[in-house]
Design a protein around this ligand. Structure first.
Ligand code: NAI
Length: 460
């Protein structure tokens, strides 16, 4: 129990991935910690993001496997998708993890203060009329689904991912606004469940932050799956009717569907929380920090989606741990944002770490080499009937600076890829290391063999 006027070593504002990781690590280091949370510990990742969407995508994979079972000689037919059933599976996963997290936080002796917090002094947070002080304050208030000016989200026909996760039916047709991570993941799941899906993306390709070759491979796979997409096509307007929406693009095309999903990015949840009033430097709603995640105000740090950069849960975890260790005086090494692995869990998956080829060329000119190993030469991928590749970028006579992969389940390969990137391994360091046969992981090994000049199951 917290009492008004309590002073904690570390007072964390927000109990999502960044905030709770900071609290857990700080408590582990012997500090007296409190977390202020207005909703549920676990935040977007656990309740409205990573976990429920990946459960949805797993149910989608089950639907695909059933529908396509014939190609493996198995006779089965997909009778339908019981969305309430899918939702109860998804909610069960979330609930079990939530219970576990609450137990973990309690076991570390962390005080949880329930309610909406507001910074009322540089290191003072007010929650429902009570004030609490921290020797250090960590801002970790997370993000929300953004919309566009003039585009009203009504939760009925125009949805964000928050609404989409609670849908109790499979829509017959959906227009997905934004071909970024959220857009392609929902497009993928809905298509597997049987919906007609069209993605509208303003930039020239789907998942535009990825290597161009990954975008191209994903687009090819989506085309085969019957997922329609219009790239280089900015959104103009939407009109809602009783039974659906009519969307007009900037090019003048009109499209009709039952629903519109708005997936044009997530904004920082910082307004109305007193940050500006306390003199914290901000830009477009984000909290500015140095590489040690310290704001311009003494003993106030920030972590997670409110800090400009990749809005990923595992970045939040690591930033939270970093700040806890920094406060405890352990002098941790700043995080290299480029070394944070990225996975988009659509079918097929897209995974990467390090630089894409465009950025690597901007940085190193012609002093780079690339190799692409086609999953056609990988036994396990053939067994799974998935297509794609592992692409590597190295500095000439130097380390691997980028790994890019497309294919079913390749997200699971990113663990080794991030070690290779972050340990600045040369392809020659990786080539002699043995990769288990038959796994998809071998494709990563084969790509390094090829880049080290000794390809095995690849043509020279
Ligand atoms: P995003 O930034 O990945 O994609 C938004 C897309 O919308 C962009 O490609 C953008 O060009 C497009 N767009 C913007 N305005 C448009 C317009 N007027 N007309 C047409 N297209 C337009 O943001 P998203 O997908 O909403 O995801 C938000 C955050 O959540 C991301 O930072 C992402 O990293 C994170 N996330 C991560 C996941 C993962 O790691 N698997 C899964 C889901 C979300």
């Amino acid at each position: 129990m917290a009492n008004a006027g309590d002073r904690f070593d570390v007072l964390v504002l927000g109990g999502g991935s960044g905030g709770y990781a900071c609290a857990l690590r700080a408590a582990e280091l012997g500090l007296d910690v409190a977390v202020v949370e207005k909703d549920k510990l676990g935040g977007t990742c656990l309740h409205l993001g990573c976990i429920p969407t990946k459960a949805l995508l797993h149910a989608a994979e089950v639907a695909d496997s059933t529908r396509e079972s014939d190609q493996f000689g198995i006779k089965a037919s997909l009778e339908g998708v019981d969305m309430p059933g899918v939702n109860s599976y998804k909610d069960g996963v979330v609930q079990r993890l939530f219970t576990g997290l609450q137990g973990l936080v309690k076991s570390r002796g962390i005080t949880v203060i329930e309610g909406q917090g507001r910074l009322v002094g540089p290191r003072t947070v007010e929650v429902e009329g009570q004030r609490y002080d921290g020797k250090h304050v960590v801002l970790a208030s997370g993000s929300y689904p953004r919309s566009l000016p003039g585009l009203e989200v009504d939760g009925r026909t125009v949805l964000t991912s928050d609404h989409a996760l609670a849908l109790d039916r499979v829509p017959s047709s959906v227009i997905v606004l934004g071909g970024g991570v959220i857009g392609v993941e929902f497009a993928s799941a809905w298509r597997s469940f049987g919906a007609e899906v069209t993605i509208l993306e303003a930039l020239p390709r789907l998942v535009p932050a990825e290597d161009e070759s990954s975008s191209k491979a994903l687009e090819r796979a989506f085309r085969k799956r019957g997922i329609a997409f219009m790239t280089g096509t900015p959104f103009q307007s939407v009109e809602s009717q009783d039974d659906g929406v009519t969307v007009t693009t900037k090019g003048g095309d009109t499209l009709r569907a039952e629903l519109l999903l708005v997936a044009v990015g997530r904004g920082p949840s910082t307004s109305g929380q007193g940050f500006e009033e306390q003199g914290i430097a901000m830009e477009r709603g984000f909290v500015l920090t140095d590489e040690r995640l310290r704001t311009n105000v003494d003993a106030v740090s920030a972590v997670g989606d409110i800090v400009p950069g990749l809005q990923l849960a595992h970045r939040g975890f690591q930033q939270g741990v970093f700040v806890a260790e920094d406060i405890a005086g352990l002098a941790p090494t700043p995080i290299d944002e480029t070394g944070i692995p990225r996975v988009t869990y659509c079918e097929p998956e897209v995974a990467s770490v390090g630089l894409n080829e465009l950025v690597a060329r901007e940085r190193y000119g012609d002093e780079i080499e690339t190799v692409s190993f086609d999953l056609g030469g990988n036994g396990k991928s053939q067994i799974l009937k998935t297509q794609g590749f592992v692409k590597l970028i190295r500095r000439t006579n130097g380390p691997v600076v980028g790994v890019h992969m497309v294919g079913s389940r390749v997200g699971e390969l990113i663990g080794e890829a991030q070690l290779i990137y972050n340990w600045e391994a040369f392809p020659e360091d990786v080539a002699p290391l043995i990769h288990m046969h038959p796994t998809q992981n071998e494709a990563l090994g084969e790509a390094h063999l090829a880049l080290a000049g000794k390809p095995l199951h690849a043509h020279v």
